[in-house]
Ligand binder design. Structure first.
Ligand SMILES: [Fe+2]
Length: 360
């Protein structure tokens, strides 16, 4: 599966301004007088930061921007990344943090515990084409319809006891009894209900699913989409990887010879037992305009499923719904399968990568 090429431009797209307005007004409910902290690093283009700065000013907010270093190793290593004390200190004053750089971090968890809201327009990473991603997946979609669908799918996960995922001849069974689904709708604010629904949200919308405590998954999966592991962003295996799980632990890596070897070697050298734990989350992409680019928008490609591996101790608190023991690791890595069939008990949610409109 080839990686698709987004629209990479060197100029500010005017369409980014109404996109930022939708994010602040409809998804974050930014109000006049609130303190907005924008955290970025050098991967974020100046015009992206300026737009989020300027639109917040237009809405009457007080805004500060802080740029920090590019974290070593990219998103995979977020659970063990070290952040400068000045960034951490600034976060203590913010009502709303716009995060273009951090993702999972203990100081973000602490900010939320203090009552701050956090919105991550690029899912913890801003890249030169994050503007294109946001315009396509937010401005050019019906984000409210995506939010409502994400909530319906989350409710289906909550109701079910067993999630069965079929990819080719591989079957993975996950015991999801007693676990609540979560919408991961990308919204902090529900304008229809006029209430805040989450303290932390990430774009593009949406990827409803479940957080999975230890020991729940058995069987095999074929990974034909993406593999986010080492060192940054992700790669797409030329032929499917075959991963086998026993009681919530990855026990065998087969399939594509190149990527199976690389993944096995990386995990062995990492020497972190927590990195084999998983899946720790299972999420269904439902954005009609998300593409398989190097941006984490690939997790929202319609009908695909992304599972996380390794650390859940930070995400579990950020989402706030996790039950049971949460795996801890120095890394959080992910894989995506593009054409799964998903059964929730005996309800068909997805058939070969196509959502079942009759149930969601
Ligand atoms: Fe993940």
């Amino acid at each position: 599966m080839a990686i698709e090429v987004p629209d990479i431009g060197l100029r500010l797209k005017p369409d980014l301004l109404p996109t930022a307005q939708i994010i602040y007004r409809d998804m974050c409910n930014l109000r006049p007088g609130e303190r907005v902290l924008i955290i970025a690093d050098a991967r974020a283009p100046d015009y992206l930061i300026s737009v989020f700065h300027g639109v917040a000013l237009m809405m009457g907010a007080e805004v500060s921007v802080i740029e920090t270093q590019v974290p070593r190793g990219g998103a995979t290593y977020q659970p063990s990344a070290k952040w400068p004390s000045m960034v951490v200190a600034a976060s203590t004053e913010a009502d709303l943090i716009i995060d273009f750089a951090v993702g999972y971090a203990a100081f973000i968890v602490e900010a939320i515990k203090r009552g701050a809201r956090v919105f991550s327009p690029g899912d913890g990473i801003a890249l030169p084409y994050t503007d294109d991603v946001l315009i396509r997946t937010i401005l050019h979609t019906d984000v409210q319809a995506i939010r409502r669908r994400a909530e319906r799918i989350a409710a289906l996960f909550t109701k079910a006891s067993l999630c069965t995922m079929i990819t080719g001849d591989a079957v993975l069974k996950v015991d999801i009894s007693g676990i609540d689904g979560f919408a991961a709708s990308g919204f902090l604010w529900d304008a229809e209900a006029q209430k805040f629904i989450e303290p932390w949200a990430f774009a593009p919308p949406a990827q409803p699913g479940i957080l999975i405590p230890e020991g729940r998954a058995n069987g095999e999966v074929l990974v034909d989409g993406t593999l986010l592991y080492h060192p940054v962003y992700h790669a797409a295996p030329p032929t499917p990887l075959r991963l086998r799980y026993e009681n919530g632990r990855l026990v065998d890596i087969g399939g594509d010879p190149l990527f199976a070897g690389r993944l096995r070697d990386w995990l062995e050298k990492l020497g972190d037992e927590g990195a084999y734990k998983g899946p720790v989350h299972l999420n269904l992409g439902i954005n009609p305009n998300a593409l398989l680019t190097q941006h984490p928008e690939w997790e929202r490609v319609m009908g695909s499923v992304t599972c996380g591996m390794g650390d859940l101790s930070l995400l579990g608190v950020l989402i706030g719904d996790a039950d049971g023991p949460l795996p801890k690791s120095t890394v959080h890595w992910d894989w995506t399968t593009l054409r799964p069939t998903i059964l929730l008990d005996d309800v068909v949610l997805v058939r070969e990568g196509i959502l079942n409109d009759a149930v969601c």
